[in-house]
Design a binder for this molecule. Structure first.
Ligand code: SF4
Length: 350
């Protein structure tokens, strides 16, 4: 589903050389900072010009889609929301590559209405596979990876998730992101075989009570997730609770709930809904807004786990050798920083 924009601008046959620029400026004057404007054209080459124009005017292309030979670029007016509007981080910046994300699959037992990678029971699996994960884990140890995050889709849908997690934990402390609903029967046995000292479960819980969580994730999901949390803790695993919220108020409510349960800062993650994937509302994030965290899926290497199937976040299709993939991510990061420096120089007024 296409991202909804505040203004739709049909460029027709216009380009920057034939009058589009004036229309863009006029349209931007009608919206506020943070609002979205969509530009539609059948000329795909317009994308490069729009991208360049956005960089120099401090706007951002946050989505590109194509339907019936018509391209649609969504541009966010102005900078990304200030850090206080997102979840402020107190952590020091991490070295690129110190965290490695693996998308083991894209299918899921749930279909959350804001899922940033469009996972659902109907989504094709696109499995990374235990063989590739083993090679990634072994090559990662020489590349400075200090933490591995395993996500999906729902990783516990995979029959070989135990092998995958054991391979990752042998390389670095590993966190598996899960909705916590499948930790019973055969899957509980898989969980029991994992090393407690190298493995954290990050379980999604969006609200202190079921109502809001279930509205996004489906009826009865809060109760099942809570049971999963209790089961994982009872098995001796460290559990981190992760909430995806729409407003500062929801974040504050959830923080209060975590405080009342005496859950430490290290075992909580609260983040805002990103306008990617299925989400129809949320924070529109461009690549330049995201500090890169190398993310590997069956389809290639991406800039960040949020939107790890979107073309604008693709770094390279080639996963191996992993050192080359890391080098490509470093080059892309240097490229972004060089743009930022050039802009800083251009807008340096004194
Ligand atoms: S947000 Fe997580 S649990 Fe929900 S559909 Fe996406 S992958 Fe599944």
């Amino acid at each position: 589903m296409a991202i909804r924009a505040h203004i739709e601008l049909d460029a027709g046959a216009k380009t920057f050389a034939t009058g589009l620029l004036l229309e863009l400026i006029a349209a931007l004057r009608r919206i506020r900072s943070g609002d979205l404007m969509a530009v539609v054209s059948s000329d795909c080459t317009l994308g490069t010009e729009l991208e360049a124009w956005c960089r120099f005017t401090r706007n951002s292309v946050v989505d590109v889609s194509i339907e019936q030979d018509r391209y649609r670029w969504v541009i966010r007016c102005g900078e990304a929301p200030a850090e206080s509007d997102r979840e402020a981080s107190t952590e020091a910046p991490r070295a690129l590559g110190s965290r490695l994300w693996l998308y083991t699959n894209f299918d899921c037992n749930l279909r959350c209405d804001y899922c940033c990678v469009r996972s659902s029971p109907k989504a094709p699996r696109r499995a990374l596979g235990s063989e590739r994960v083993r090679r990634i884990a072994s090559e990662a140890t020489t590349l400075g990876v200090g933490e591995i995050f395993v996500t999906g889709g729902e990783p516990f849908l995979l029959g070989d998730i135990g092998d995958i997690l054991i391979a990752c934990a042998a390389a670095a402390p590993t966190t598996v992101l899960t909705n916590g609903m499948l930790l019973t029967g055969r899957r509980l046995e898989i969980l029991r075989a994992l090393p407690r000292d190298r493995m954290t479960l990050q379980i999604s819980l969006d609200s202190p009570t079921p109502e809001r969580h279930d509205r996004h994730r489906g009826a009865g999901t809060w109760v099942k997730a809570w049971k999963g949390i209790e089961r994982a803790r009872a098995e001796g695993f460290r559990v981190r609770l992760a909430a995806t919220v729409a407003t500062d108020l929801e974040a504050a409510e959830f923080r209060q709930f975590l405080d009342s349960r005496k859950i430490s800062e290290q075992d909580r993650v609260i983040r805002r809904i990103a306008l990617r994937g299925f989400a129809e509302q949320g924070i529109a994030l461009a690549r330049a807004d995201l500090v890169p965290e190398i993310t590997i899926t069956a389809d290639g290497v991406y800039w960040h786990p949020v939107g790890a199937e979107d073309e604008d976040l693709l770094v390279t299709r080639d996963i191996f050798p992993l050192a080359d993939a890391f080098a490509a991510a470093h080059r892309a990061w240097e490229g972004e920083r060089a743009h930022a420096h050039r802009l800083a120089a251009i807008f340096n007024c004194a």
